[in-house]
Structure formats: C-alpha cells, structure tokens
Design a protein around this ligand. Structure first.
Ligand SMILES: [Zn+2]
Length: 243
C-alpha cells in the first residue's frame, strides 16, 4: 500500500509538489479554470520526475456546463502528460442519475483511449453509488469521510466492495465537519478494515482539519504536512503488522 499527499488546489502547485515528495505519491487537483503555459507544464513534468501521480477532477465542475466539460477533458489530458494512471471523478450533483451515467461512460471511453482508469468517488449513499458504478462500469475511490458523514454502517457497506475499491481517500467526519483527523482508536479501527482491501491500494490523506481535545484546528500548510508525515509513520507499521 502507498500513502499519498493531496495537493490544495488553491495553493501554489510547485510548492505543493515539493511537499508531496515526502510521501509515496501525489494526488493533484487543478484549480478551477487553471491555465498553465507550455513552459510551466514542462517545469511541472521535470519537477515530478516520474513521481507517481493520481489525477483528481475538481469536484465543482458540472457535467452539463460546456466550459466545465472542456476543463474536465483538459485536466485528463494534462494528468496523462504527468504520467497518471488513475483519474478520480465525482458525480455531478445537479444532474439526474441517467445523465450522470451517460456522461461518465463517455469520460470513461476517453480515459480508456489514454490508458487511464477512471474511478468514481462516493459522495452519495451506498445504494446510489453502487448503481452508478454498475451502470457505468467503474470501480470506486472510497472517500471514508464522505461515507462517515452518513454513518459508520454506511462505511461498512462501502468496505464490502473489497477489490472494487482501487483508491482511498482517508479522512474522518467529526460532528458535522468533514475531512478531520482520527483519534488513535478510530485510526486502528479503520486501518484494520483497510488492510483487508487490495494490497496495491493507494491511500491519499484527505485530512484538512485537526481535532484536538474536541477543538477544531484549521491547519496551515506546513503544520498539515507535519501532522500527515507523523500519521504516515504511525500507519505504516500498523498496516505491516496486519499484513
Ligand atoms: Zn475525497
């Protein structure tokens, strides 16, 4: 299993990529309406230097808005240039189920043509997500924080998908706040489930807020990297012990 860093699309990409080198891979989301010059793209590719990349399509992009569709296509093309093999997409909330499925099938075809695997990230309940996965022929990026926002038993249902979970966003949900840190007990608990999944699984930290004695701490970039690195060091032996 590999542990990755999630870039903040609102921060400087170059700085974020440098930080990510302390992890096993980087998951990149471009800012909405990003525009890199050819020179910048060259520089990013040089900086990446064959580092493992997962592409994450910005969650705000709507499938039925022409400019957003263009941006989805542009993002996928760039992720491919960066050497990504996996693309993560959310379903578009303002669309109905059939339209989501039809659109995702189209995007899957495009990804297939570039030898990329398109994965759907869960933002809805298990039944609806499974319905979309089956209809569009996709595997899952399991976002534990999104599932926990519904309930612990909802997360259990997602874990039952086992090998169909190809990538994981690790984060907690604390009293209405999404993508928070875990207590030690919660962490051991969730890792004991994760260890039973695919051993090639990639895990991106999606922990953006630290919960300290019930207080919410909005972390600065450096503080976040420090916390995530210590978490990575804590997780690796736990994952090994259970292998
Ligand atoms: Zn996520």
């Amino acid at each position: 299993m590999k542990i990755g860093y999630t870039v903040n699309p609102n921060a400087d990409l170059f700085e974020q990529l440098n930080l990510s080198k302390k992890f096993d891979f980087v998951e990149i989301t471009f800012d909405v309406h990003f525009n890199y010059s050819d020179k910048e793209i060259e520089n990013i590719i040089r900086l990446l230097d064959n580092f493992l990349v997962i592409g994450h399509i910005h969650w705000e992009l709507k499938f039925n808005v022409k400019e957003d569709h263009d941006e989805i296509i542009k993002s996928i093309g760039l992720f491919s240039k960066f050497g990504a093999r996996i693309i993560v997409i959310h379903q578009s909330e303002i669309f109905n189920l059939e339209e989501n499925v039809a659109y995702l099938k189209k995007i899957k075809e495009y990804c297939d043509s570039l030898n990329l695997e398109l994965l759907l990230e869960n933002t809805l309940n298990f039944e609806t997500t499974l319905n979309i996965l089956n209809s569009a022929g996709l595997s899952l990026t399991l976002d534990t924080a999104h599932a926990l926002a519904i309930s612990q038993s909802e997360l259990d249902k997602f874990f039952s998908l086992q090998g169909r979970i190809k990538h994981l966003h690790l984060g907690n949900h604390y009293e209405g706040i999404s993508h928070t840190s875990f207590s030690d007990k919660q962490l051991e608990d969730i890792l004991s489930r994760i260890i039973k999944l695919n051993k090639d699984l990639t895990i991106s930290f999606e922990i953006f807020k630290n919960i300290n004695d019930g207080q919410v701490d909005e972390m600065e970039s450096e503080e976040k990297v420090k916390l995530l690195l210590s978490l990575k060091n804590k997780i690796i032996p736990l994952l090994r012990r259970q292998e």
